[in-house]
Structure formats: structure tokens, C-alpha cells
Design a protein around this ligand. Structure first.
Ligand SMILES: Cc1cc2nc3c(=O)[nH]c(=O)nc-3n(C[C@H](O)[C@H](O)[C@H](O)COP(=O)(O)OP(=O)(O)OC[C@H]3O[C@@H](n4cnc5c(N)ncnc54)[C@H](O)[C@@H]3O)c2cc1C
Length: 597
């Protein structure tokens, strides 16, 4: 049986010591009254809910999956999911980071983010139901009309209703310009929507009284491609005059998918047979509006992967301490009791490499995503317009890295954690193979990781002549300059500065090649994003090392451990960038040469 312990100590370190949350929040009028003690209390309670209520449903939910009843077009979620959701709603968790104007608690995004890490570690499939609802809340909050906000937001905030995002169609996944679902205007101002969506997460279930689908569709006069897409709100039950679920709308689930992982989450075919919906925002600007939800979801997917990395690490560590196989290569780490026939596998260097890989990706990911979440809080709430804009630019630059780097790393980390168990990792009993299966989807949905890398290199870096990257690089440069007089920091600062310089050169080189041949950008983008991800992690590990060097003297083993993780990261994971840079520089020719016919 796997176990999960919320990593509260590391969360406190990241929030309080690395990011100085109290000082940050003091600058944001909306959160000025919030202190670290309250943040810790919320995280502790949230961790309890995740570990005690959701975690026990993770393996059972995976085995049981969701059930579809064709006669009623209804979906039953695994045993216990519905009760856990009702408890979640009763405790007020959905409203944590929502606007008080609609019943929210108005707490910062950075806190909600940490909470979501724990929910995902405990049960990713379950967490997708409230996670998508929160995305729908954000989209309607940003783009809904006042009447739409009054009707839908309080119910999404309370968790009484859940939300979905309906983009994908059978012939239209990455390329949303191919979308065919139609929306016909009606005399009463509503629209009739007709079409078929596939792969809609949480598209149908038994957990809430109503489901608010946010659907992309085309108006009759729509231009072709992505500039002709509009966004609609299409509830499962049409709200009556009191806003309560009334008549059943002509939107429903035609089937659910049988899939590799996240079995507890219903992945639905959603049919719209003249369903009633209402336009959100302006006609033909739907993709713009949906981007609010997609960006939130991209960060959310990063948090899914961080949660899986952490829980897989914890279980692999416990196993490696217990499982005895073989003798240590050195007398120093061998078990002193001669009666013990073998040492625990944690003595073996390569087992430690696997454990440390997962640990480093968890700790690096936690520092990085907490920082991005804090930048979102700045973007939303800072009184100075220029600070808000700067934060927004950073969030835009870093979002594809959160999505792709964390999800690739979780695939690596969960696989390494499984490997620590040997054959016992491959069988279902220990729960490790589920983490690998669940982690795989995160690299695909919300824009595949290839698409994230094209977004980073093409749109976020080359299209603005590297300006956003340059400004983030300035932060790194300031840190490097400030540490240059400290010899103890040289082991971290030297490789950080080296990689920063190499990324600048690489960007210029690819930019030059891409101007002559756009295939060069496509050929370089995936290794480029991974190099950028490592630069960001190296920056945060160096900052964490700085804090730990000064605090380790106090004797707290936490800081020694943090230093050990940082050193492992620089010695064993960062060097991957040498290979990645060579790959990125190798150009498009070797990819485009083959005649596959
Ligand atoms: C379990 C699950 C849950 C999902 N949940 C939702 C949901 O809630 N709502 C929703 O709307 N959708 C959802 N999706 C759909 C998901 O977002 C898409 O599967 C994903 O965007 C990829 O689209 P596709 O599957 O059609 O692949 P395709 O777009 O056909 O891509 C196939 C391959 O080609 C590559 N590729 C495509 N275009 C390019 C390009 N221009 N340049 C380089 N490479 C390219 C892709 O990276 C990929 O490797 C879900 C999917 C799954 C499996």
C-alpha cells in the first residue's frame, strides 16, 4: 500500500524563506492582512484532507474507474468520489482563491497552488473535477457578462456546480482552427449549438447538481481558422428563474473513453444536439477568452505532475530503506549486523541516483511553480501597473516551461521511482505503476509538450526579440553578481552563469536560422525548452543553496538535505543541457531528410 505525507516543511521553506511570502503579500492590498501563520494553518488542513480523505480513494478509483450508462447517458464516478467531493464543498475548499464578490475567500493563488499540489499527489483523477471548475470560474470571471457572473460564479465558487472546457473534436486537437461545432443565434439572444466534442474531462459525472460546459464553436458568419471561434456557456441543466437547475439541456455524454491512466476521471464524448448556450465575450474572440482557462489549466497540469513526482518519491524512498538486496560496495555503508544477509538497497549508488532525481525534480518544481503562482498574485493585485505588467510577462514566458518541463520531469521521476521497486514497481499492488500511467497524460493534454515548446521559442521568445527572456535573465544576472564574492556559492554560480550565457547564444543562433528557414525553429524547440527549464531550476536551486549555506550552521538537517539536493541537481541533472544544446543546434536537416514514402 502506498502512503503520502504532505511536504509541509518544504512548502514553508519555499513560501516563507525562499519567496518571503509575508513581504510579498504586504505589497498586495488584497492580501495585506494575511500572515504566514494563517497560510500554514490552511496548508495543514488542506494536507489533511488530501492525505486522509482523497489518498485512500486513489488506488480504488483507478481499479474501479468510471461507469457509463447509455440508457440515461449518465456517468457514475468510483465509490467514494462523490462523498469526498461533498465533504470538499462543505468545508469550503473550492472557494479558497476565488473573488469574495462571488462568495470566495480571496486567498492568494500561491496558496491555492500549494493546496493543489497536495490534492494531485493524493488523487489526480479526483482533483481534475474541482480543478476544471476552477478554470471555468477564472474564464467566466475574466470574460463573462455581469449577468453570467451573477448566475454562474457563486455556484462554481461554492462547488455546487462544476465546469468543463470543451475544445477538442475528433478531427481537431492541436489545430483548433479546424473546429466545426456550430452556434446559431436565436431571437431571444441565446444560441443553438450543434456538434460533437471528444476527450472532455469531467464532462459528465454524479458529483454535482449541474455542469457548466464552456464550449468553443463557430457562428454562421465566422471567418475560417482560429479567428472564427467563439466561446459559449452551455449548462447541462438550464437555470430556471431562481438560477436553480431546471430543464435538461440538449448536451450530453455519448460515451466515456477507456484509457491508460486517470481512470477515476470521466473522459467524455460530449454531443451537442441543438443545445442552448450563451456567448461569452465578443463574437470570434473565443480563443482569446478560452486562453484564460487554458493558461490556468497549463499551470494546473504542472501541479498535477509535481504532486505525482512527490508522492512517487516518498514511496520509493520508504521502499529503498526497507528492501534488502545485495551488499554495499563499501564497508562504510554496509549493515554492521553480520547476521543481516543483505543491506537495504538505499546503500547502492544507482538507487540513490533514482531517488535523488525524483527528489530534485520535486523540490525544484515546488520552488519554481510557487514563484510563478506568486507572480500571478502580483499580476492580479499589485497596485503598480508596471509591476503588474512585468509580472504578466514573466507568467506568459514561464507558463509553457511549467507545463512541459514539470510534466516531462514527472514522467522521468515516476519511472525512476517505479524502478526503485524493481519488479514490485511493475505490479499493481504497490501503486507505483499507477503513478507512471497517470503522469503520461500530463505531457499530452492542455497543448502537447511540443506545442508548449513552440509557444515558448516561437511566440514568447523569438516573436518579441527575446525581450521577456532578457528581463527574466536580468534577475538571474543580478543574483549571480550579488553572489560572486561568496566563494561557497561558486559551485552553484559558475554553472548557472555558464548556462545563462549559453542560452543567450543558443537563442540568437536559432533566431538567425529560423529567419531563413522556419523549420529550424520547429526542430530546435523541444530541446530548447528543456534547456530553459534547467536554467530556471539552476537559478532556484542556487537561491535555495544560498539560504541553506547560511542556515545549515544552526544544525537543522533540513538545510543539509537541501544543500545535498542542490549539489546532486548541479552534478547529475543539469549536465543534460550539454547534450540538449547540441541537439537544438543540430538543425532541421536530419529530421527533414527522410523520404517516408
Ligand atoms: C485523458 C484526456 C483528457 C483530455 N481532456 C480534455 C478536455 O477536458 N477538454 C478538451 O478540449 N480536450 C481534452 N483533451 C484533448 C487533448 O487536449 C488533446 O488530445 C491534445 O490537445 C492533442 O490533440 P490530439 O489528441 O488531437 O493530437 P494531434 O493534435 O493530432 O497531435 C498529434 C501529434 O502531432 C503533434 N503536432 C500536432 N500539431 C503540431 C504542430 N503544429 N507542430 C508540431 N507538432 C504537432 C502533437 O504534438 C502530437 O504529438 C484530453 C485528452 C485526453 C487523452
Amino acid at each position: 500500500m502506498p502512503h503520502y505525507q504532505p511536504p509541509l516543511r518544504d512548502m514553508h521553506f519555499v513560501l516563507d524563506e525562499l519567496l518571503d511570502l509575508n513581504a510579498e503579500l504586504a505589497q498586495l492590498p488584497a492580501h495585506a492582512g494575511l500572515d504566514a501563520t494563517t497560510v500554514h494553518q490552511v496548508l495543514e488542513e488542506g494536507g489533511k484532507f488530501a492525505a486522509e480523505r482523497l489518498f485512500p480513494l486513489n488506488q480504488t478509483g483507478d481499479r474501479e474507474g468510471c461507469h457509463y450508462d447509455a440508457a440515461t447517458r449518465s456517468v457514475t464516478t468510483p465509490r467514494g468520489f462523490r462523498d469526498a467531493y461533498q465533504q470538499y464543498v462543505a468545508a469550503g475548499w473550492p472557494s479558497l482563491a476565488c473573488d469574495p464578490a462571488y462568495g470566495g475567500q480571496g486567498l492568494p493563488v500561491v496558496l491555492n497552488n500549494a493546496f493543489y499540489e497536495m490534492l494531485n499527489a493524493a488523487n489526480q483523477a479526483w482533483t481534475m473535477y474541482p480543478g476544471l471548475s476552477h478554470g471555468a470560474y477564472e474564464c467566466l470571471h475574466a470574460h463573462g457578462s455581469e449577468a453570467q457572473k451573477q448566475l454562474y460564479l457563486p455556484r462554481l465558487v461554492s462547488g455546487e456546480w462544476t465546469g468543463t472546457m470543451c475544445l477538442t473534436e475528433a478531427h481537431c486537437g492541436t489545430d483548433l482552427g479546424l473546429l466545426r461545432t456550430r452556434a446559431e443565434p436565436q431571437p431571444d439572444g441565446s444560441y443553438r449549438l450543434t456538434g460533437n466534442k471528444i476527450f472532455i474531462s469531467a464532462g459528465e459525472h454524479d458529483m454535482a447538481a449541474n455542469i457548466v460546459h464552456l464550449v468553443l464553436a463557430r457562428l454562421p458568419d465566422a471567418p475560417s481558422g482560429t479567428r472564427g471561434i467563439s466561446l459559449f456557456v452551455v449548462p447541462k441543466f438550464l437555470p430556471d428563474a431562481q438560477g436553480e437547475p431546471g430543464e435538461r439541456n440538449a448536451i450530453g455524454c455519448g460515451a466515456i473513453e477507456h484509457k491508460m491512466g486517470i481512470h477515476g476521471n470521466a473522459t467524455c464524448q460530449i454531443n451537442l444536439d441543438g443545445a442552448t448556450g450563451w456567448l461569452i465575450g465578443e463574437p470570434h474572440r473565443g480563443l482569446n477568452a478560452m486562453f484564460v482557462m487554458m493558461n490556468a489549466a497549463r499551470l494546473g497540469v504542472g501541479m498535477q505532475s509535481l504532486g505525482l513526482t512527490e508522492v512517487a518519491y516518498q514511496n520509493a524512498l520508504a521502499y529503498a530503506r526497507e528492501r534488502a538486496q545485495g551488499r554495499s560496495l563499501s564497508a562504510a555503508s554496509a549493515s554492521s549486523a553480520s547476521s543481516v544477509p543483505a543491506d537495504p538497497i538505499i546503500v547502492h549508488p544507482d538507487v540513490r541516483r533514482m531517488l535523488m532525481t525524483a527528489r530534485a525534480y520535486a523540490e525544484g518544481g515546488r520552488a519554481f511553480t510557487s514563484y510563478v503562482a506568486l507572480m500571478i498574485d502580483r499580476e492580479l493585485n499589485h497596485p503598480d501597473d508596471s509591476v503588474r505588467r512585468e509580472a504578466a510577462d514573466e507568467v506568459a514566458l514561464l507558463t509553457p516551461i511549467v507545463k512541459a518541463f514539470l510534466t516531462d520531469n514527472a514522467w522521468i521521476a515516476t519511472s525512476e521511482a517505479l524502478q526503485v521497486f524493481g519488479g514490485h514497481g511493475y505490479i499493481a499492488e504497490w501503486g507505483m505503476e499507477q503513478y507512471v500511467r497517470d503522469a503520461r497524460i500530463n505531457m499530452i493534454y492542455e497543448g502537447t509538450n511540443t506545442i508548449q515548446s513552440l509557444d515558448l521559442l516561437g511566440r514568447k521568445v523569438l516573436m518579441d526579440q527575446g525581450e521577456k527572456l532578457r528581463r527574466f535573465g536580468e534577475k538571474i544576472r543580478h543574483f549571480i553578481v550579488a553572489q560572486s564574492a561568496d566563494p561557497a556559492m561558486a559551485e552553484f554560480i559558475t554553472p548557472l552563469a555558464d548556462l545563462a550565457e549559453k542560452l543567450v547564444k543558443l537563442t540568437a543562433e536559432i533566431g538567425g536560422k529560423a529567419a531563413a528557414d522556419p523549420e529550424e525553429m520547429g526542430a530546435a524547440a523541444v530541446p530548447y525548452l528543456r534547456v530553459a527549464g534547467h536554467l530556471v531550476y539552476a537559478y532556484f536551486f542556487a537561491r535555495m543553496a544560498k539560504l541553506s549555506l547560511t542556515r545549515a550552521a544552526g544544525g537543522d538537517p533540513f538545510y543539509q538535505a537541501k544543500l545535498a539536493t542542490a549539489r546532486f541537481y548541479f552534478a547529475r541533472l543539469l549536465p543534460e543541457t550539454a547534450m540538449l544544446i547540441r541537439q537544438a543546434r543540430s538543425g532541421a536537416a536530419s529530421l527533414m531528410a527522410m523520404d517516408f514514402s
